[in-house]
Design a protein around this ligand. Structure first.
Ligand code: ZN
Length: 331
């Protein structure tokens, strides 16, 4: 279906009319928005690459330019679960792969928290509410009769009784619950810590740092390690190649193995741990200190604390050093 086809406009098939930038048919409009944004996305990525922007700024541009273009006018339609899913999947893939440069298989819920991109449903509900409020103040004769609101779509939300602030906090709770009920225990544990810190609604500060991708890869558990990358490439194994070489053992190369256990990095790890112990985090996490985290080999808490610049630097040093050892010894 080509939205630019003049013939369709001439023959006045009602569902393909363009009115004030909105196609009066959900499918046509959705496809129109997606096509437009898919085309513009490549340009945006090219520009952002040339300027070497930070991840935080990239997300900012994406939200300001393309996200709003993608969702333009969608609040008047009766979107289904599949529609929400289609748009969410597209955003997820593009943002992770091309903007944040992390594995597109990263848990979607984590990147949403990291980049503070609401699910499409939440964004559309907010817009829908604003539109309903606006329409309430219009005279009856001006009311757009085509507005296809359906009762079933509003689910448990009482659109009339609330002001926007209340609606937003209700939707935020919905989002947080959605995150907390995620099937992955790693996501749940991670979010628990982020919630304790009170940061769940704040864009992560480190996205504004240059080089934040390396830490984001660690923090979303989809870094260079085989445990996470083998899903991307069938040829790779999920086992640690250094352990195979040194001890002839098949041990899964996951975050814990890489940070705390792999014998190949032992010397480097000793230096790292002694450095780490000097970092003061009492102002971030009460009743917890670095020695505690080290004793428990608690990678998740450590990664949640990455907004502390000293911890980030120390982790990054370890990561680069270990990856260097891995690259050298592998061949
Ligand atoms: Zn190993």
């Amino acid at each position: 279906m080509n939205p630019n086809n003049k013939k369709t406009i001439k023959t006045l098939i009602p569902k393909e009319i363009l009115y004030l930038g909105i196609w009066l048919d959900k499918k046509t409009h959705l496809k129109f928005n997606l096509d437009k944004v898919k085309k513009n996305f490549k340009n945006l990525v090219n520009i952002l690459e040339q300027k070497k922007f930070t991840n935080g700024l990239k997300i900012h541009f994406f939200k300001a330019v393309l996200h709003s273009q993608l969702l333009y006018g969608l609040e008047i339609f009766d979107l289904t679960e599949n529609d929400f899913k289609e748009i969410d999947t597209w955003i997820n893939k593009k943002v992770t792969k091309f903007l944040l440069k992390i594995n597109p298989h990263s848990p979607r819920l984590i990147y949403k928290t990291e980049a503070k991109i609401d699910s499409v449903r939440i964004t559309i509900y907010k817009r829908k509410y604003k539109l309903i409020q606006k329409l309430n103040f219009l005279g009856f004769e001006k009311l757009i009769k085509l507005l296809p609101f359906r009762e079933k779509e509003s689910e448990n939300i009482n659109w009339k009784a609330r002001n926007l602030k209340e609606l937003e906090s209700e939707l935020d709770n919905y989002r947080i619950n959605q995150l907390k009920n995620s099937p992955s225990w790693k996501v749940r544990k991670y979010l628990k810590i982020v919630t304790i810190q009170g940061n769940i609604n704040k864009q992560q500060k480190y996205l504004k740092w240059k080089g934040s991708t390396s830490i984001l890869k660690l923090r979303t558990f989809t870094n260079y390690l085989n445990r996470y990358s083998y899903v991307m490439n069938e040829d790779k194994s999920k086992f640690c190649k250094l352990c195979k070489k040194i001890n002839n053992l098949d041990i899964i190369e996951d975050l814990d193995h890489f940070l705390w256990n792999c014998p190949a990095y032992e010397n480097n790890r000793k230096i790292w741990i002694s450095e780490l112990k000097n970092i003061n985090i009492s102002h971030i996490l009460k009743n917890n200190n670095i020695s505690n985290i080290i004793d428990r080999k608690d990678s998740i808490t450590l990664l949640a604390l990455v907004e502390n610049k000293s911890i980030w630097k120390s982790l990054k040093k370890l990561l680069n050093h270990n990856l260097g050892i891995r690259a050298n010894k592998r061949n």
